[in-house]
Design a protein around this ligand. Structure first.
Ligand code: E4P
Length: 215
């Protein structure tokens, strides 16, 4: 499973990029709105230039024609831009047209298996099931990853699964175990991924022992 970061913030992206673990970035309108005084398009290009991997930018239109127009504009910005499209009937029409034009799409706001399968059949490059938001309403987000993965594997579908709406380390672990191709992870969760109390204790002990030697 690859790691994407779910943010539009350059400081966060730059920091995690330096670890060498980042394969891509996802943004959404809420994440972009947190960034003050930026041009959405310029920010996408800045991210794509740095990461040199898939960077999702979401359309705002709700009708297929509008989504297609926005999608074409976004795709023109950079070879690594992925057009993020909401899971609606209009969205599927847009995915069909954009995929026929070899424009890559990420179908977002996926909450069940048939939405994922439908997006894949329309030609989506990626689907983004939202784990955390399902957990928030008492459902099992990770179970959804497992089921989509099973269905895609059984039917030879090559659309990639991006586990989204990740809230904690267990989501990362669970998504990897259940066959997600990618997890798009918020900065604060990425910062937890290297940590374990026994690692810290181990480093302290090694250093304490080292000080006792003359090596
Ligand atoms: C996915 O691409 C979305 O940006 C994201 O994961 C949404 O997560 P949230 O539920 O934390 O807003």
């Amino acid at each position: 499973m690859k790691y994407f970061i779910d943010t539009a913030n350059m400081d966060e992206i730059n920091e995690v990029f330096e670890w060498g673990v980042l394969s891509g970035v996802t943004t959404n309108p809420s994440l972009v709105a947190k960034e003050k005084d930026i041009s959405f398009h310029d920010r996408l290009v800045e991210i794509a230039d740095l990461v040199q991997g898939p960077v999702s930018g979401e359309v705002i239109a709700l009708d297929a024609e509008g989504m297609i127009e926005e999608g074409r504009e976004l795709a023109k910005l950079h070879e690594h831009i992925i057009v993020k499209i909401p899971m609606t009937e209009e969205g599927m029409k847009a995915v069909k047209v954009l995929s026929e034009e070899n424009i890559k799409t990420n179908v977002t706001l996926v909450f069940n298996t048939v939405q994922a399968l439908t997006a894949a059949r329309a030609g989506a490059t990626y689907v983004s099931p939202f784990i955390g938001r399902l957990d928030d309403i008492g459902l099992d987000g990770l179970q959804l990853i497992e089921e989509i993965s099973y269905i895609f594997n059984s039917h030879g579908i090559d659309t990639e699964i991006i586990a989204a709406s990740i809230r904690n380390k267990l989501h990362v672990h669970g998504a990897a175990l259940r066959g997600a191709h990618i997890a798009t992870i918020p900065y604060k969760v990425l910062k937890e991924l290297t940590k374990h109390p026994l690692t810290d204790q181990g480093i302290d002990k090694f250093l304490a022992d080292w000080k006792k030697t003359n090596a």
